[in-house]
Design a protein around this ligand. Structure first.
Ligand SMILES: [Zn+2]
Length: 307
């Protein structure tokens, strides 16, 4: 049960003030890219995919953040990819070594997994091993475990690089992969168009939601993955966001925002931190929750489009 004592979002009064602020608040986002699973090549080679992503960010003079799991990059090619990100001025953060669910490991094993990746990253100059993102945004299945992991992170100076906008790009990439498996020459523009539209819809949703809880203008961390969808279309995505009034903000600046210090009482369960804070605000303040714009990662929408 959440009590007022636990309620770390904002009050209804702040939300009312934000109705004003909402109009003038900038819409800002950073690219935060997870996993770096370099074992999947379809239309692009890994080198092409990585260049596609890096050149998209560089063209917009944007410095993002990558969150790597060592299991996928602990080899010559992986190190070269990490180095290319650092050379481009991007951050490289920690995403555990084997990408486990926190709710499936003991706290000791989970912490060991984090530390293994910290050791891996620490051997590479220019990485940020203490900038940590939970795989699956799973912070632990129970309050006790979540709090134990949270305490470890706090005592060891880790920052929880929380996600504010989950784009579900992995789902679209998965379906695009199935299509390419059945026909390697498939036209992919439908996947691009759907990705741009749905990611923007989700970003607008979370941006409105941030204002609802008194945090208009929150710089967003857009969760995307190092996959072929982004190797091909990240540049188009950025252009689309900018055409719709969004500005880019370097990840390093974004992570100094105090939303990354918020530790909601409610379990995260794989969600945007804004969704957790909205749930708490709604339960305390009787605020009506904003309908979520994309059901089941967009399954029915993609079915309807024949993707
Ligand atoms: Zn991940």
């Amino acid at each position: 049960m959440i009590s007022r004592r636990h309620f770390l979002a904002s009050s209804a009064a702040l939300a009312a003030i934000s109705a004003c602020a909402r109009k003038n608040a900038p819409k800002r986002f950073s690219i935060t890219m997870d996993d770096f699973n370099l074992n999947v090549e379809r239309r692009q080679t890994i080198v092409e995919r990585n260049e596609g992503v890096l050149s998209a960010m560089a063209q917009h003079n944007h410095k993002g953040a990558g969150f790597v799991s060592g299991q996928w990059v602990d080899n010559a090619q992986g190190r070269a990819v990490i180095q290319s990100w650092i050379d481009g001025g991007n951050m490289i953060g920690n995403h555990t070594y084997t990408h486990p669910h926190a709710n499936k490991l003991s706290v000791a094993d989970y912490v060991a997994n984090i530390e293994k990746n910290t050791a891996f990253l620490s051997a590479i100059d220019g990485t940020s091993p203490k900038l940590f993102r939970f795989p699956y945004l799973d912070e632990g299945g129970t309050l006790e475990k979540r709090d134990a992991i949270r305490a470890y992170l706090g005592e060891n100076d880790y920052i929880n690089a929380a996600v504010t906008v989950d784009t579900f790009d992995w789902y679209i990439d998965g379906r695009m992969g199935e299509r390419l498996k059945s026909n390697p020459d498939s036209e992919l523009s439908g996947y691009r168009d759907y990705y741009l539209a749905s990611a923007l819809k989700l970003a607008e949703h979370y941006n409105a939601l941030a204002a609802d809880i008194g945090r208009a203008g929150t710089p967003h961390t857009l969760l995307v993955h190092h996959n072929e969808l982004n190797g091909l279309f990240l540049g188009d995505l950025i252009t689309h966001f900018k055409a719709n009034g969004w500005e880019m903000i370097d990840a390093k600046t974004t992570f100094t925002n105090d939303i990354f210090k918020v530790q909601p009482y409610t379990l995260n369960k794989g969600r945007s931190v804004l969704s957790v804070m909205e749930q708490e605000a709604a339960s305390i303040e009787k605020m009506e929750r904003r309908p979520f714009p994309v059901k089941e990662f967009g399954k029915a929408d993609m079915d309807a489009l024949g993707l």
